[in-house]
Design a protein around this ligand. Structure first.
Ligand SMILES: [Zn+2]
Ligand SMILES: [Zn+2]
Length: 393
């Protein structure tokens, strides 16, 4: 089959690779029909996540059709149209049973590698480096799905592909960001990052009772989408002092909840940006935490900071004095998608969450490298390129 492979920093190629096979009794093989790019893929492409190897297949957000099941798969059958959660959970361990799927004890075969960095292993993720299990990704014609009964969900007939594909990753990540922000009716919520996850966090925040949601980004078309499709107020941080605007527009109080949907490659302005870029280049920090600093600074006293933007390791100059003295709560995590999928189908059906507008660039597999270039460069109005591996290649 053909697949989009990582060969080095900003070096992607469509290659011929072996077809996936059932390796364990609970595996299924899925014929991929749509696989979205994701902001967190950019960290791999730009070389900020260790343990990538030449030939690794990218992609973790996908839908498709079941074409083969292992003998212990009970809930799925050949022909089912499914969305697969990007993070892999065994369904049996203490964490999966607690619905903390991204903390699964059993789904990362390279847990020992990961323990060296995180002290404890976390769940495997499709197409997301050897640190996260070394699983083949979904920018391919076929993919092996381990623990399929837990990770693959049949898509209801009335939910079209262009909405269902984002239930794999972007929608649950945004929803969990809003849920962790502990939004109360009437709250003001600030969301840094108006990409796919940020947009879904905005829509989820309104659903959970926010009165106002303010989106912060530097790319005008993403801010325009946040205003039009997700109904947010917007701030372009290149044109305004974010802290001043947030303070002024909340009567001097600050937002109740601050969501970081950007993570380790945050851009900022002025000296802070050069400081972080230099430290990251010299490997004195792995992450550029400009958004996290700003969220902690902007948040009202006693408010909540929710972090879903991906961080890899260590970040510098986190304002702990502000965090402590303002009595903030901070929560973070990779999303526990399996917990949310049935609810998200319901919210999509009711129109409370609508991700379809994010599919700006449907792309055949052969044009995968070009799609990533557009997405990485934030050009051509690209919210999300979605790779269609079954289209003529
Ligand atoms: Zn993702
Ligand atoms: Zn588990």
């Amino acid at each position: 089959m053909k697949a989009l492979c990582w060969n080095g920093v900003k070096d992607l190629k469509v290659e011929k690779v072996d077809d996936p096979k059932i390796l364990n009794e609970r595996d299924a093989i899925v014929k991929v029909t749509m696989s979205s790019v994701c902001g967190s893929d950019l960290h791999l492409i730009n070389g900020f996540v260790p343990s990538m190897q030449a030939g690794d297949i990218l992609g973790h957000e996908f839908i498709g059709e079941i074409v083969e099941v292992g003998p212990e798969v009970r809930q799925l059958a050949v022909g089912d149209r499914v969305v697969v959660v990007s993070i892999i959970g065994c369904g049996e361990c203490e964490y999966c049973k607690d619905e903390l799927w991204s903390l699964c004890d059993n789904s990362n075969p390279n847990g020992i590698l990961q323990k060296k960095v995180f002290q404890y292993p976390t769940a495997g993720i499709f197409g997301y480096s050897h640190l996260f299990g070394g699983y083949a990704g979904s920018h391919a014609e076929y993919i092996r799905v381990p623990f399929a009964d837990h990770g693959a969900f049949k898509i209801p007939d009335d939910i079209p592909d262009e909405k269902a594909v984002f239930v794999s990753d972007g929608v649950p990540t945004g929803y969990m960001a809003a849920e962790m922000a502990d939004i109360k009716p009437g709250d003001v919520v600030a969301v840094w990052g108006a990409g796919g996850v940020g947009q879904m966090a905005i829509q989820a925040a309104y659903h959970l009772g926010a009165e106002r949601v303010i989106a912060i980004d530097s790319v005008d078309y993403r801010l325009a989408a946040a205003a039009t499709h997700s109904k947010a107020e917007v701030i372009n941080y290149r044109d305004a002092d974010v802290l001043d605007v947030l303070k002024e527009s909340t009567g001097g109080r600050g937002p109740d909840c601050c969501i970081d949907a950007v993570g380790m490659e945050a851009n900022s302005t002025g000296i802070e940006h050069y400081y972080d870029r230099t430290k990251q280049f010299l490997k004195l920090e792995t992450d550029r935490p400009a958004v996290l600093r700003q969220a902690i600074a902007a948040c009202r006293k006693g408010g909540t900071v929710s972090v879903v933007g991906v961080y890899a390791g260590f970040a510098d100059k986190i304002p702990m004095g502000l965090f402590l003295n303002k009595g903030l709560t901070m929560r973070g995590g990779q999303m526990h998608g399996q917990r949310y999928v049935p609810l998200l189908f319901e919210l999509i059906r009711e129109g409370r969450i609508d991700p379809a507008f994010m599919l700006t660039h449907p792309t055949p597999l052969r044009d995968g490298p070009k799609a990533y270039e557009l997405f990485n460069g934030r050009t051509d109005g690209c919210m999300r390129a979605v790779i269609m591996p079954q289209q003529a290649n």
